[in-house]
Structure formats: C-alpha cells, structure tokens
Write a protein that binds this ligand. Structure first.
Ligand SMILES: [Mg+2]
Length: 333
C-alpha cells in the first residue's frame, strides 16, 4: 500500500514517513501542494495524508484538485491539521477529505485512522464493482426484453415501443408511416405434419428472410405473436410499402420450404396486409386503427386465397374527441 504524505514541515514529514515505513507501507513525500499533485498523478497512491497549512497551494485546494481529477476513483484523504478549529475541519471534509488527524500526530492514531479510512475505501471499491456489474446486467436485460427468444428478432413489446416512436416522428414531419401484418399460411397444418421443432425452424428462417428483405435502417420486422409478423416502415408511402410486402411474399415463396399439406402450394407462403397513414398531430389514439387496418387487409389476403398482398382500403377512422380521420394513401403502383 502506497501512502503519499503532502507536508511542508520536513521534521513532521520525516517522523510520519518513518512510522508508515515501520508499518510495512510505502511512504512518498511531497514538500508542497504543487509537488503533491504531481506525485498524485504519477504515483497513484492508495491514500493521502495532507497538511492543511502550506505555502502556495494549501491542503484544501490540493484536495479539491484531486477530487476534480478523479472520476470513478476515490483516493482517501486524511487531513493533518495543527489547529483544532472546527471550521477548518468542516472545510477539510467539504473540500473532499475523509478524515483528519490533529497534529502533533500520534503513531497509534495514525495507524488506526489509516486502517479505518482504507477499509472504507475498499468497501467503496467493492460497491463500485457491484454497481458496474448490475448496470451491465440491466443493459443485457433491457436488450433481451425486446428480443423474441425463438427467432432473435424484435418482439411484440419492441413493436409497441417502436410503432409509438415512429408514429410520433412521422407525425412531426408529416411523413407517411406504413405497417405490414404478415402471417405464415396454414402454419397449424405445417406443425401438425412436420412437428413443432420443424415449425420453430420454419419461423426462424421466415423471420430472417423478412429482416433481410428490409433495406432502410429504420425499417423494423417484429414477431407479433405465433406465426404472425409485423413490419414497421417509417417514411414509406403506400407504394413503397406494397413493394416491400411483395418482395417479402416472393422471398418466402422463393425459399421453397416444403409444406406438403398446404392448399396454396407445396411450399411455405405468407399473406400480407398493408396499411399506410400520415399520422395526425396528437393522434396517438389512431395507432390501434392503423393496426386494425393492416389486420383487415391481411384477412382479405387470406380470404383471397393466401400467398398474396392486400392493401387496406377506405379511410382509417379514429374515434375520440378532437380526432381527425386518418386517410389511407392510395398505392402508387
Ligand atoms: Mg504545514
């Protein structure tokens, strides 16, 4: 353990350093505040004994400089003071000191105080380490809580958060926001025929194919639940959304994953419903209407024979006071 003694009175410093060495500690001496700060930077001591009254920079100022330099670290400081003035002691603690010893220093008091202060410093270090581990674990939890365990893509919870965020963003910029609801066709039959493990594998492949089909960084594919996926396409008009939806449909069909019991074709396919709005200001209550519009379109895609894309039709009506009707943009195809 390395102790830095910042003390201008050489006789006193010599005595204290002698005791420290006798305790088996490494003693470093600086004869004034400036030299002390320099040694603090170069030697990184474990503890500092700091005289208050020194020519030039006094002990209070040295302590303040040290505390300003330290970010996550905290080197314990014990002030040495010839004065038993209570105001000085208060200033010493306020400047960043941890304890004080009134001079002339006794060896027993010095030893006891060093042990006590060092013990506190070690407990503080241990707490800091625990805190940093907890923060890391919390970040990991946060990440995991937004990811679907099976497919590794964003989950339903993440969908809700992102849709609200993008709704607000598009509302501010009066940009179109598109939503795709996608469903694996006749997935129950797939599970019945090939088993749930193959069903899981199928969902993973579908999920990653959908993710690969999106191109913009803010596009987000999420697992909405079961074999249903939702894709949020910010700043995308109906024409753009239809193009993405069709690329997804074709991409899944192109995988040619066997689906012997499907009445659509002998491969896994998806149906897609598309809805698009320019979110009105203060119109967050319209979010369920957007989801419902995409869902209704998905339903019609299934009714129409599956493995196809349908656009939401008509006007998405938002109930509630002060709510505007949200128009569906016509596709630009
Ligand atoms: Mg002095």
């Amino acid at each position: 353990m390395k102790i830095l003694v910042i003390e201008d009175t050489v006789t006193s410093a010599t005595v204290v350093c002698g005791w420290l060495t006798g305790m088996g500690l490494t003693a470093l001496h600086a004869a004034n505040g400036e030299a002390g700060l320099e040694m603090f930077g170069s030697e990184r001591p474990d503890l500092i004994l700091l005289d208050i009254i020194m020519p030039g920079m006094d002990g209070f100022e040295v302590a303040r400089h040290i505390r300003a330099q330290e970010k996550d670290n905290w080197t314990p400081i014990i002030f040495l003071t010839a004065r038993a003035d209570e105001k000085d002691l208060q200033r010493a603690i306020e400047a960043g000191g941890d304890d004080y010893i009134i001079k002339p220093v006794s060896e027993i008091v010095l030893k006891a105080k060093i042990n006590a202060v060092y013990r506190m410093a070690q407990m503080r270090d241990a707490l800091c380490q625990v805190k940093s581990k907890l923060e890391k674990a919390n970040r990991e939890l946060q990440r995991l809580s937004s990811i679907d365990g099976l497919t590794g893509i964003a989950n339903r919870r993440c969908f809700d958060e992102v849709l609200l965020r993008e709704w607000r963003r598009c509302s501010r910029s009066s940009s179109p926001l598109s939503l795709l609801m996608l469903d694996v066709d006749l997935f129950k039959l797939f599970n019945d025929h090939y088993g749930h493990q193959m069903g899981d594998e199928c969902l993973k492949i579908v999920a990653h194919t959908l993710v690969e089909t999106t191109q913009r960084p803010n596009d987000m594919v999420t697992r909405y639940g079961g074999e249903e996926f939702a894709t949020i396409l910010p700043e995308t008009d109906a024409g753009g959304a239809l193009a993405v939806a069709e690329a997804m449909r074709a991409g899944i069909e192109g995988l040619r994953i066997d689906h012997a019991w499907s009445s659509v074709m002998q491969a896994v396919t998806i149906s897609v419903g598309v809805a698009c709005v320019i979110p009105p200001r203060d119109g967050e209550a319209g979010i369920p209407a957007l989801i419902k519009a995409a869902d209704d379109a998905l339903y019609r895609a299934k009714e129409g024979g599956r493995n196809q894309v349908k656009m939401s039709q008509g006007v998405i009506r938002v109930a509630g006071p002060g709510m505007a009707n949200i128009g569906v943009l016509p596709p630009r195809l």
